[in-house]
Design a protein around this ligand. Structure first.
Ligand SMILES: C[S@@+](CC[C@H](N)C(=O)[O-])C[C@H]1O[C@@H](n2cnc3c(N)ncnc32)[C@H](O)[C@@H]1O
Length: 289
């Protein structure tokens, strides 16, 4: 079958769900992933034919897209900070907003020469600590998560990407009470967290493919206590950051002020709120007094 005929079928079947532009990018991502064909191939070779086996593969992907399975789950990887991270149903798919948080940190420490100890709380695929580790030669980086399945993915990414992050299974809501790992009772220079922050009441704003295919454990918090993870992380950071150590948080866009108040109450200074590329309040930094 001609590759361009398949592209037309993709548009016929999927445009109503995703829109033309997104279907275009899915199609090109798939032919690159499965057949190693670059996106300009159709412009150069409009009569390009793919064989039966390739047809089966691409039509299977089309069926999954029709069921609104995320493209990253279909190809098994997500691109983050220039790296390919393995993902599956047990981890949140890394988001571009989170890249902005990582870039903020990298920018802040670019002139620092001394060794930095860094902890990521609620690490999922490990995208935050692994990309920090890959970009910093002077850092010892740790990550923790409550999910054994997520940590398997993080460990795999650590090995696949040749990074040196050390991961722990731990509950960030009861960290001081339960942890016996001495690495987690040390003081850090930087603590980061992108914890669950979507309230149940915000579910209707979300796309089906997120609600149905990404882990609830990574996403949702109760309406009556939406900042429970932030209180725990801020308290932990107040005790476990070195003087002038920094806390970086990805936040719920509707709760910027309330989250900043938590840092103020715990004696953080120079608290800064930043918007993401979509213009939403999305990240906070605070320095320990
Ligand atoms: C929003 S996801 C962030 C994942 C990853 N850091 C990222 O930015 O893509 C939140 C993560 O927190 C983890 N988590 C949920 N409850 C937790 C708890 N009580 N203690 C530790 N981790 C928890 C989830 O398993 C999930 O991996």
């Amino acid at each position: 079958m001609l590759l361009r005929e398949i592209k037309n079928i993709f548009h016929l079947e999927l445009d109503a769900i995703y829109g033309k532009d997104e279907v275009n990018s899915f199609f090109y991502l798939l032919i690159e992933h499965y057949f190693d064909l670059e996106r300009f191939v159709l412009a150069m070779q409009p009569e390009l034919v793919i064989d039966k086996e390739q047809e089966t593969v691409i039509f299977q992907a089309l069926s999954k897209l029709k069921l609104e399975k995320p493209i990253q789950h279909i190809i098994g990887t997500a691109y983050f900070m220039g790296l390919d991270f393995k993902v599956n149903k047990h981890v949140l798919i890394p988001r571009p907003e989170t890249e902005e948080l990582v870039r903020w940190i990298l920018d802040d420490v670019k002139d620092v020469k001394q060794l930095l100890t860094i902890l990521d709380m609620g690490t999922g695929s490990g995208c935050i600590p692994i990309s920090l580790d890959k970009n910093l030669t002077n850092a010892k980086v740790f990550g923790l998560d409550i999910s054994t399945d997520a940590l398997k993915v993080a460990d795999e990414n650590n090995a696949l990407l040749n990074a040196g992050v050390k991961f722990f299974e731990a509950n960030m809501l009861s960290l001081d009470a339960e942890t016996s790992a001495k690495e987690l009772s040390q003081k850090f220079d930087i603590i980061i967290s992108n914890p669950p922050y979507v309230r149940e009441l915000e579910k209707e704003e979300m796309q089906n493919n997120v609600i149905e295919h990404e882990p609830s454990l990574a996403l949702f918090v109760p309406d009556e206590d939406p900042l429970k993870f932030y209180s725990a992380v801020v308290n932990f950071a107040a005790d476990h950051l070195n003087e002038d150590g920094c806390l970086y948080l990805e936040i719920n866009q509707y709760l910027g002020e309330e989250t900043m108040n938590l840092l103020e109450e715990s004696n953080f200074k120079t608290i800064e709120l930043r918007k993401d590329m979509f213009g939403n309040d999305r990240m906070i930094k605070g320095i320990k007094k």
